[in-house]
Write a new protein. Sequence first.
Length: 343
Amino acid sequence: MKAVVIASTRRSSGKTSMVLGLAGALKKRCGYIKPFGDRLLYRKKRLWDYDAALVCHVFGLSEEAGSATIGFERAKLRYMYTPDALVAKLQELAATAGADKELLFVEASSDLSAGVSVGLDALSLARALKARLLVVVADGEDAVVDDIAFLCRSVDMSGVDFAGVVINKVRDLEEFKTTHIPELERLGVKVLGVLPHVPELSEVSVRYVADMLFARVVAGERGLDARVKAVFVGAMSADAAMRYPAFQQPGKLLITSGDRADIVLAALESNTAGIVLAHNLLPPPNVLSKASERGVPLLLVPVDTFHAAKQVDDLEPLITREEGDKVARLQELVASHFDLSAL
């Protein structure tokens, strides 16, 4: 059983997406662990990691998701384990998850330094498990080059089988390869893949917005799986809003106060994915009825319009277990743009 640690230089670079894409493209029996959790999910009276729950579901390991993570809190881990005991626990976890598997994916936490104080950072994982290390890099062209240069010049890779980097979410593949790949080759780093930015992978469903905002769905439930392609904050009159081109954009999520029936009705007449109603204010019954008729979800939240918009803006576009189309797209991207033979 071979093990590969998937790490990243920054948060939300696409580690979990890379695991899903690689597993599908390699077509091998894969196991998975994420020793140091950083996205808490409470399910079945236990704390799970969101990424672990998703990957284990896709891999058909749903019952193992709860044991894919050793812990979430540094203080608790220090109290429960000595450094040697933690390494032993990690190796036991990997042996169990990798039993009868051809490949074990070990997902590191948010960035290269996360978990270093308890020995669960990416490099420590790779050393303890004698695993290959693959680093995912994303966040704009300049940041990518800076991160890779830092990785090559300032990070101690002794005792680590460093496979190379994969560059994710690149908006112009050809330009990036022409401009930056020669520079990266001079640094001596192996680039195993350059994956394009795909806007659809960053789109979330209205259901996801409702779940993350703990919103109450008061109408239009059948439209919860619609994808949000744009966000519009309605803090003006309906007439003024309709003069904005963004208000006419299909698949928009409108955020407004629940007592603004005029702008809600105007949104229902256009191509709207969903509407967030602030201040816990319900619109009149005729508006609720029209939303149900059109299948446009109305999401009721207790905060004001500004804070609702801020919460939506802060959402991470995480893949959900219902979005099999995104998983299939990730597998296609990896198969087309990644040097699979290198793993």
